[in-house]
Design a protein around this ligand. Sequence first.
Ligand code: ZN
Length: 240
Amino acid sequence: MRIAVLSDIHSNIVALDTVLAAAGPVDAVWHLGDVVGYGPEPDRVVDRLREVGAVGVRGNHDAAAIGGAEIEWFNPDARAAMEWTRTAIAKRTRDWLAALPERRIEAGCTLVHGSPRDPLWEYVTSVPVARANLAELTTPIGWHGHTHIPIAFRDDDGRVEVITPGHDSTIGLDERTVLLNPGSVGQPRDGDPRAGFALFDTDAARIGWYRVAYDIEAVQAAMVDAGLPARLVARLSVGV
Ligand code: ZN
């Protein structure tokens, strides 16, 4: 099976469509949450994910969009965008988001947004946090998002190996447990503004990370029209 793994799409339909086209024919689409928030097209993103039969999990922004108290923890820009999202989304979008589980197992992989032990909120940004979460996994492979940074943590006999993949980087899987982050489709934060995603080839036991340029200005214009915060508009150009 060839699986496209997407995270942190954040209501960015232009980036999502560009990524789906770049991924080419796939047998499945997995998403790791934060489908909405920040961006201008929450309904179109959810409609597209429904069309392609994507399966996935709930992120902290998805939980906030359907009325959760998570919004209390957002910074002012994220909060303003979330208040807009709450009023903008259609009932079908709300229902789809409400049906997302916090974690799911697919093809021997655990899917979460934040981390295996704290699926909505924990950021896996350090080796100690990665080690604790690798130990928590009940499957050999864990996929997570939330940080918007493409990265892999591999348990090498108690030592955690950190892999920072660039465009077109691949790793082969073996018996070692791994925690994988495909990066962010809709709001990359590693200094590369191109949309990020991963392809998982289950037959070849291989993961590839990719970056693809999309029409950032079109998204920024839609954000301005929607009245979303200027700082959120600007950050898409620089990928931070
Ligand atoms: Zn996010």
